[in-house]
Design a protein around this ligand. Structure first.
Ligand code: FAD
Length: 362
């Protein structure tokens, strides 16, 4: 899909976290089309970005599932309304881009732009932005952002990793870095790097005892090498960052510099949420949260709803369950506002032929 196309939609959902995904499902049940945008390369929000392998025990009807499993289930549930194209890409899920601007058009609709130039014209907006757009923490070095062999995310399961068969350096000492190393080692041989180095400033990691033991075992087996030092300089191919990073300069504990040559660098220093442009959309904020009414979850700008961790109202709890409830009521409120003359009967998915047909189960 061309980045400059204007897409008209009933609803634009800002954020493909768990609440944004459930929002799409609820809108779909009510017959409303939705487009979704997320800054991250894969859907799932905090569940996938912060705790993919940790168990969640308090989702109703799901005694236990990991963050990644929950995201997969929400995607599957929303799939009738989030179709895939022939090439496997989602037709209405726009990843790796941030919604940068929101402007009422004056005819009851909203014009939104992403930082990749994608434009939307939406009849309602659902801000499901969590704590803001997740942006990876990175190394502050001139030129690094231009180097094509510097990465911050693991590739999707169906994409071939750029580093397959090459020397990959993973930088970080927390769970994101250590889990990445262990996950890389568990990959199919054709997806694995030929050589794997973990770079951290010291030989101690901020992870639980289980992860630490798993890493130590791989280090003792020699399947991953440990490089110690503080990266404070970069060398590029032909001295041009666009040609790729060639090596990192490390400051060792002995005060000496040495160089770490590499083919690819994967920086895993964690993610930090950036509220960013959202604060300029004219919505009333209270301590960086969008203030909403607790019956409609509508913001101070009529037609713009806020659901999940991004909103605040009396009694707010930042729990998945609460976000799902908010998405449900916000969808019904938006539907009633956009179709004031339509009957607003409550229908059950178990018994309504209309809902079953919308779900493709008629
Ligand atoms: C370690 C941990 C454990 C947790 N365990 C539990 C638990 O056991 N039970 C429970 O109920 N809750 C738990 N939570 C809380 C739960 O994860 C959150 O309540 C939930 O993720 C909120 O979902 P959300 O969709 O509102 O926001 P998020 O999951 O934060 O998703 C928001 C998404 O919006 C995107 N975004 C933001 N701004 C923009 C923009 N301008 N443009 C594009 N994209 C944007 C972000 O990149 C992000 O992907 C836990 C949280 C953490 C951190």
């Amino acid at each position: 899909m061309s980045a400059s196309t204007l897409i008209e939609t009933d609803a634009l959902v800002v954020g493909a976290g768990p609440v944004g995904l459930f929002q799409v499902f609820q809108l779909g049940l009510l017959g409303m089309s939705a487009q979704v945008v997320d800054a991250l390369p894969e859907p799932g929000g905090q569940c996938v970005a912060l705790y993919p392998d940790k168990p969640i025990y308090d989702v109703p009807g799901v005694p236990a599932c990991s963050g990644r499993e929950l995201a997969q289930r929400l995607l599957e549930q929303a799939s009738p309304f989030l179709p895939r194209q022939a090439d496997g890409q989602w037709a209405s899920l726009h990843l790796n881009q941030r919604v940068a601007s929101l402007r009422p058009t004056g005819d009851g609709r909203f014009e939104l732009h992403t930082d990749h130039g994608q434009q939307f014209l939406a009849r309602a907006v659902f801000v499901a932005a969590g704590a803001g757009a997740f942006v990876p923490r990175t190394l502050k070095m001139p030129g690094l952002a231009l180097a094509p062999n510097v990465h911050h995310h693991l590739p999707a399961a169906d994409a071939t990793p750029a580093w397959a068969g090459q020397h990959l350096v993973v930088h970080g000492g927390g769970e994101e870095a250590v889990s990445a190393v262990l996950n890389l080692l568990a990959e199919a041989p054709e997806r694995r790097p030929a050589r794997l180095t973990l770079l951290h400033r010291r030989d101690a990691f901020q992870v639980d005892a289980e992860l630490d033991a798993a890493l130590r075992e791989q280090l003792s087996l020699g399947s991953v090498q440990l490089a110690l030092g503080l990266p404070d300089g970069a060398e590029y191919q032909q001295e041009r960052p666009e040609e790729g990073l060639r090596s990192l300069r490390l400051l060792g504990a002995d005060g000496q510099h040495h160089h770490l040559p590499l083919d690819h660098l994967l920086i895993r220093l964690g993610l930090s949420p950036k509220l960013g442009p959202l604060s300029e959309w004219g919505l009333t904020l209270e301590r960086k949260q969008v203030a909403v009414s607790p019956d409609r979850f509508e913001s101070s700008l009529p037609g713009v709803y806020a659901v999940g961790d991004i909103n605040t109202y009396p009694g707010k709890k930042r729990l998945l369950l609460c976000g799902f409830h908010e998405a449900t009521l916000a969808a019904h409120a938006a539907h009633a506002a956009l179709h004031p003359d339509a009957p607003q009967h409550l229908l059950y998915t178990t018994t309504s032929p209309l809902l079953k047909a919308r779900l493709g189960r008629g």
